[in-house]
Design a protein around this ligand. Structure first.
Ligand code: SF4
Length: 281
């Protein structure tokens, strides 16, 4: 067994991570991926504690229903006449256009624009290299993130770190990680449309400050918010989208991958597409 196969087995991806149509990595990236086998992924048979999802031991039989819940059906619960676009337009004229990092962090810390601020321990602003080429965007803080103040910790965070390692990048080093929502929704529910609209300007300002070369949207909420679409993950992944001139790749949220490990093969395809896209920049 060669090192690359060993790595893929470690990721529980082999032989599922065999692509037919995705672009090939250059030899240098292929070698980089093979150099450092990621640590073992967390078992899916654990209670997930971040990213608004729970993990159970019988995830496979419930897969279809969970996919429907997370990625196909309207996830936000609030389908009032205040559409996401209307909220965004309402807030677009806000005062964030010239706000620098420090002030932006303070504004998020003190924000009371939506009711989520009342139920969280602290805001979770984002973490990483403020001039990173890579930006990964998730949905909202979970329990561990709420406690630590950092996005993507706990089981989903460890899986994300392994995903980053598989493409030879790591948290904090040319990588920035943030969520659409900065305050933990109660009971880790999906955020409502109005909450997304209220919080999205902060993420947009973060993106403007970072000026990443590539954005990876992790899950339906991030993809919908940044691309202003209700399309499903299945529809959006596999293509290079555009966010104000920055290429954007859509893939599954690590919390979903914990519950549905068979989908890791598709996430690997998405990461390869992301690497190939960045190489063209
Ligand atoms: S979730 Fe966002 S918009 Fe709502 S209170 Fe927190 S920081 Fe403000």
């Amino acid at each position: 067994m060669d090192r690359r196969e060993a790595m893929l087995r470690e990721l529980n991806l082999y032989p599922l991570w065999v692509q037919r149509h995705a672009p090939e990595l250059t030899p240098s990236v292929e070698a980089a991926v093979a150099q450092e086998p990621p640590a073992a992924l967390p078992s899916p048979d654990v209670q997930h504690d971040a990213g608004n999802a729970s993990v159970s031991g019988d995830a496979a039989p419930r897969l279809e229903a969970e996919v429907e819940d997370l990625f196909v059906a309207e996830p936000h619960g609030d389908s009032s006449e205040d559409s996401l676009r209307e909220f965004q337009l309402k807030i677009a004229g806000g005062p964030l256009a010239d706000v620098a990092w420090t002030e932006l962090g303070l504004k998020v810390r003190d924000c009371e624009l939506c009711a989520l601020c009342a139920g969280c321990t602290q805001t979770v602003f984002g973490v990483g290299d403020e001039q990173a080429d890579w930006l990964f965007v998730g949905e909202a803080p979970g329990e561990d993130e709420d406690a630590s103040g950092e996005p993507f910790v706990g089981q989903a965070g460890r899986l994300l770190d392994n995903m980053l390692r598989a493409i030879s990048i790591k948290r904090g080093d040319n990588v920035y990680i943030a969520n659409v929502i900065k305050c933990r929704p109660e009971q880790d529910r999906h955020p409502h449309v109005g909450e997304i609209a209220a919080c999205l300007p902060y993420l947009k300002r973060q993106i403007a400050l970072i000026q990443p070369k590539l954005i990876v949207a992790l899950g339906k909420t991030a993809a919908s918010a940044l691309l202003d679409t209700d399309a499903t993950i299945a529809t959006l992944r596999g293509s290079v989208h555009d966010y104000n001139g920055t290429p954007l790749i859509v893939t599954y949220h690590p919390a979903y991958l914990l519950r549905s490990p068979m989908e890791k093969a598709k996430a690997w395809q998405d990461l390869r597409l992301a690497v190939a896209t960045l190489q063209k920049k």
